[in-house]
Ligand binder design. Structure first.
Ligand SMILES: [Zn+2]
Length: 351
């Protein structure tokens, strides 16, 4: 009985995964296989494998998939992470499509992706971890602690060991949508260079909150950016396409794949400040947007309309500042203080 259980456990822990490409074919001298999370990816190969750190009957601590492609020529390691918020699904498809199109035979360097960091959230549609904590506030994590801290520690340690640069993929939270945008610490030249190479029309400055993967990777000296696009709980073709294009642009920019990077349309804008416009005190009700994502607004312009369901009165919410709308709630019932429209302001230079 015990032997059977051990065999079963071994099968679960060491499923071979999917392997593409011919190992060891025409790889550069001195450029060997990638050793990653107890697996090996040979030059010219790409692999998808399950990774389970440890397991209990009540639930796996970390049960997710890892995608890794090892080029035939030396080069940097670009890492992609998605679904750190388990309901932000666009990122998963950006990773999957990027990996599908990547030919390791013509890759210089390595691509490592964790497309469903909060794998349980991916299955259940939950932003949070099973203990209801936010994984993106738990980095760098620590061993021997609670579930979320332990998973943060495993992911952070593996990424810090291998990555030369990181792109973390997100969407708006709950019932809010984001205009496709890249978020970056404008004070870091390497990260800003990667953000600009991504080719998004909107770049938003900021270091990110303490405990977020991007912030902690930056603090460890690894340039990191976030791509934010669309709504949670959806697979949105345009936002996914823009993300795949951006990641490819970064791969080209890092010299990892050959090709021509595409320029952003209608042109790049870099913003240093953003502000959420909220429902004024006492004006809750049924919210309908009167603007679209990407619209430019001036101070005093109406940017949201709310109907009082009892009196049928209508309230228009004015924009307090000039800028571009980069995030917005979807139509819903809203209460005083609810964040409706996210406006980016103070362009540092429209190039
Ligand atoms: Zn997120």
């Amino acid at each position: 009985m015990r032997t059977t259980l051990l065999l079963l456990l071994a099968c679960v822990l060491f499923v071979p995964g999917l392997v593409y490409g011919q190992a060891g074919e025409a790889s550069a001298p001195g450029w060997g296989p990638l050793q990653l999370l107890e697996r090996e990816v040979a030059p010219g190969q790409k692999r998808k494998f399950r990774y389970q750190h440890t397991q209990t009957f009540e639930g796996s601590f970390l049960d997710t998939v890892v995608f890794a492609a090892r080029g035939t020529k030396p080069g940097p390691t670009l890492c992609l992470t998605a679904l750190i918020h388990g309901d932000e699904r666009n990122g998963f498809e950006i990773v999957r499509e990027t990996f599908l199109r990547l030919d390791p035979a013509s890759l210089s360097g390595t691509l490592i992706a964790v497309p469903a960091a909060n794998a349980n959230g991916f299955r259940t549609g939950s932003r949070y971890m099973p203990d209801r904590r936010d994984l993106n506030r738990a980095f760098p994590g620590k061993p021997g602690a609670d579930n979320t801290s332990l998973i943060a520690h495993i992911l952070y340690s593996a990424l810090k060991e291998h990555c030369d640069a990181l792109i973390d993929l997100h969407t708006g939270s709950f019932d809010r949508a984001n205009l496709p945008q890249v978020r970056v610490d404008l004070a870091n030249p390497q990260a800003l260079d990667m953000a600009r190479r991504f080719g998004a029309a909107v770049i938003v400055g900021g270091a990110g909150p303490s405990g977020s993967l991007r912030r902690e990777m930056m603090d460890a000296g690894i340039p990191a950016i976030i791509y934010e696009a669309g709504l949670p709980l959806r697979f949105e073709p345009m936002e996914i396409r823009e993300g795949v294009r951006g990641v490819r642009n970064v791969l080209i920019g890092q010299g990892m794949v050959a090709g021509q990077a595409s320029a952003p349309t209608p042109g790049e804008r870099i913003f240093s400040k953003t502000r959420w416009v909220r429902v004024p005190l006492g004006n809750g009700g049924v919210f309908y947007p009167v603007r679209k994502l990407g619209d430019n607004v001036r101070p005093g312009d109406s940017i949201a309309r709310i109907f009082d369901p009892f009196t049928d009165e209508q309230f228009d919410v004015p924009s307090p500042l000039a800028g571009q709308i980069i995030g917005m709630a979807v139509p819903q019932v809203v209460f005083s203080g609810y964040a409706l429209v996210h406006v980016a302001s103070a362009p540092e230079g429209a190039r």
